[in-house]
Every structure is written in structure tokens, then in C-alpha cells.
Design a protein around this ligand. Structure first.
Ligand SMILES: Nc1nc2c(ncn2[C@@H]2O[C@H](COP(=O)(O)OP(=O)(O)OP(=O)(O)O)[C@@H](O)[C@H]2O)c(=O)[nH]1
Length: 332
């Protein structure tokens, strides 16, 4: 047994076979990483969007598996990384550094590859990057299997197996390629438990790391910024996704409110790169900005469980993706 720890008060009798550790999903943008994280955790913690590259921050979801007489309990902490992709801008290369840093700290990597898209250069690039953390086991997760007919799956599994053998082979512990290949549909809930079982089996024996109620350790401010970003990305033209960042300037309970009627004041800024984009975000007579505010507010109220006054501003922060100083200020 280890030293007493505040978390352990919740687990007075955890089994010595309890497993706990970290897993991280990588994959091309839109490969289904966030959706799989949500399906595993069972609640919406990571932000998903049909637009690529929306997961900028490391958001963790935690799978809590209670102990039963048949099997020891476990905690699987999921670190949801940004899409690993070929760096085109400074932001891109920063994201990739972040990914490699994150991966060096996890116990297993889940490489998400969509079932309905051919294994391509993007996947080979990522597989190549994974050799930078060559001591980590990598499980291939063939996502979105509900999107293809069953008879096409075998072909994709073979292609994925080949990718693992060609790109991970030669490194000491990845010599056989992927440790496992698991087809899964996060949307239909097919094989999600198989994924959880496999990842948990690869966790080290360890006392519980987090209290059971905890779904994410991301600061609330970052979650709020992500909700605003998600709302701002709804229905926008294709050029916008890469050009939006959100900062939260202020988040404070309003003074002089009665205890039973609290109100949280939030001031946030949506950063875009060009005046034309500012126009798109604001919309005719401010209509889009209003809609963004309403949608974001709904999500924030749900997240924080308190009434919220949300004040949104749109600001042109020129070339923020390429400017290191500005990136720092925006928290990347
Ligand atoms: N049919 C189907 N669609 C899925 C499944 N998983 C994800 N999707 C869809 O694929 C799109 C991308 O999913 P995300 O989970 O946001 O992908 P991601 O890899 O986190 O994307 P980035 O944040 O860009 O890296 C969304 O429109 C999802 O609804 C699945 O199992 N089945």
C-alpha cells in the first residue's frame, strides 16, 4: 500500500490489483478521437465538431471502472490530444510538439484510423511520429465502423496491420507493429467496452488517481473558451475553423446578488485573423454573434450549473497563427 492520499479516502478498500494510468488518442483530424473519448467516459467532456482540428487543448476524460467480486477496479485517464498533422504553420508545429510531449507521459497510445477512409500519407506521417516515443505500446483503433459494410472491414484491418508493421517495426518494443487492432463505433457504442478493456489491461497496477466524480481536470476557463469556440464554429464557412481562437478575460460571480440567485459574469473574446472574418462571426446586425452567445451560454450553464451572463467580443488579432508572441498570449 502507498502513503495515504486524499483521493484514497473514497477507495478505502481498493484491491491490490487496481489499475490506473493514462492513455492518449492520436489520429488525423476528424478521425473520431473526441467522439471515442466521450463514448468511453460516458459524458460530453471533449469538444467534438464536424470541422477538423477543433481539439486544441489537452482535455482529459476519466473512465472509472468500479471494483466487483469478479474483477478489480480501474481508472483510465484519457488525454485528448490535438490532431497530429503535418505542421504548416507555427501553430501546427506547436501542436505537434505538444502531442509528442503528451505521448511521452502516457502508458498507451490509441491510434485512431477511420474505417471509411483509405490508410494514407497522413496516417503514415503519424505512425512515423510515433517512433519518437518508441517505447510506448500503440493500439490501433479502427473508428466509425458503422460507416462501412462488414465485408470492407477485413480489408481495412489488413491495411492498418500493414501500416503498423511497416512504420512501427524495427523499434525495440514496437517491433511487431500495433499491440492490438480493434474496430469500434463510438456513435453506435459497438466495441467501446472492448477498447476500454484493452486499454485498462495495459495500465500499470496503481492506486486510484482521481476521485470518482471527476471527469476532467481541465480548468473551467478553458472549457468555457472551448464551448464558445465550438459555438462560433457552427455553420461557418470552411475557411474559418483554423482562424478562430477564444480567450476568457474574466469569469467572476456578480457581486450584490442574493445567495440563492447567483450570476456568473463571463467576458470572452473571439479572435479572428481578418476583418472579413470578423464580419462573418458578427453577422447581419450582430445576429450570428447573438446566436453564438446563446448557444455557448447554454453549454456553459450546463457545464457549471449556474446562471451565466456571457459578454462576447470579436477582435482581429492579425496572423495569430504565425506569431509566437501572440500565440503565447492566447495560451498555446
Ligand atoms: N458514423 C460515425 N461517425 C463518427 C464516429 N465517431 C466520430 N464520428 C464523426 O466524425 C466526425 C469527427 O469526429 P471527432 O470525434 O470530432 O474527431 P476528432 O478526431 O476528435 O477530430 P479533431 O478534433 O479534428 O482532431 C464527427 O462528425 C463525428 O460525429 C462513429 O463511430 N461513427
Amino acid at each position: 500500500m502507498t502513503e495515504p492520499d486524499p483521493v484514497l479516502s473514497e477507495f478505502p478498500e481498493y484491491d491490490e490489483n487496481f489499475r490506473a494510468g493514462f492513455a492518449s488518442f492520436v489520429g488525423r483530424p476528424n478521425a473520431g478521437k473526441s467522439t471515442l473519448t466521450n463514448a468511453l467516459v460516458g459524458e460530453k467532456v471533449a469538444i467534438t465538431s464536424s470541422k477538423p482540428q477543433t481539439t486544441r487543448h489537452t482535455i482529459r476524460g476519466i473512465v472509472h471502472r468500479p471494483q466487483t467480486p469478479e474483477r478489480p477496479g480501474a481508472q483510465l485517464v484519457l488525454v485528448d490530444t490535438p490532431g497530429l498533422h503535418r505542421p504548416r504553420t507555427l501553430l501546427g508545429s506547436r501542436l505537434n510538439d505538444l502531442v509528442v510531449d503528451t505521448l511521452s507521459e502516457v502508458d498507451v497510445v490509441g491510434f485512431c484510423i477511420p474505417a471509411d477512409e483509405k490508410v494514407g500519407p497522413g496516417d503514415r506521417f503519424i505512425a512515423g511520429q510515433l517512433t519518437k516515443v518508441s517505447h510506448k505500446p500503440v493500439v490501433a483503433l479502427v473508428t466509425k465502423v458503422d460507416k462501412i459494410p462488414k465485408d470492407q472491414l477485413a480489408e481495412q484491418l489488413i491495411a492498418v496491420d500493414q501500416l503498423g508493421r511497416e512504420h512501427l517495426a524495427g523499434e525495440k518494443k514496437q517491433a511487431e507493429g500495433f499491440t492490438a487492432i480493434i474496430p469500434v463505433s463510438a456513435v453506435k457504442g459497438e466495441q467501446v467496452d472492448v477498447v476500454a478493456d484493452k486499454l485498462i489491461a495495459m495500465m500499470p497496477k496503481s492506486p486510484p488517481l482521481y476521485p470518482t466524480g471527476e471527469l476532467t481536470d481541465e480548468p473551467e476557463v478553458v472549457m468555457v473558451a472551448e464551448l464558445v469556440r465550438e459555438a462560433a464554429l457552427e455553420d461557418v464557412r470552411d475557411e474559418l475553423p483554423h482562424s478562430i481562437a477564444v480567450t476568457v478575460e474574466e469569469m467572476n460571480p456578480r457581486e450584490d446578488r442574493p445567495a440563492d440567485k447567483p450570476l456568473l459574469d463571463i467576458h470572452a473574446t473571439i479572435h479572428v485573423e481578418r476583418d472579413s472574418q470578423k464580419g462573418i462571426i458578427i453577422g447581419k446586425g450582430g445576429s450570428r454573434l447573438k446566436a453564438i452567445g446563446a448557444q455557448a451560454r447554454e453549454g456553459i450553464v450546463k457545464l457549471l450549473g449556474t446562471p451565466v451572463y456571457l459578454d462576447l467580443h470579436v477582435k482581429v488579432t492579425k496572423e495569430w497563427q504565425r506569431d509566437a508572441k501572440k500565440l503565447n498570449r492566447l495560451g498555446f
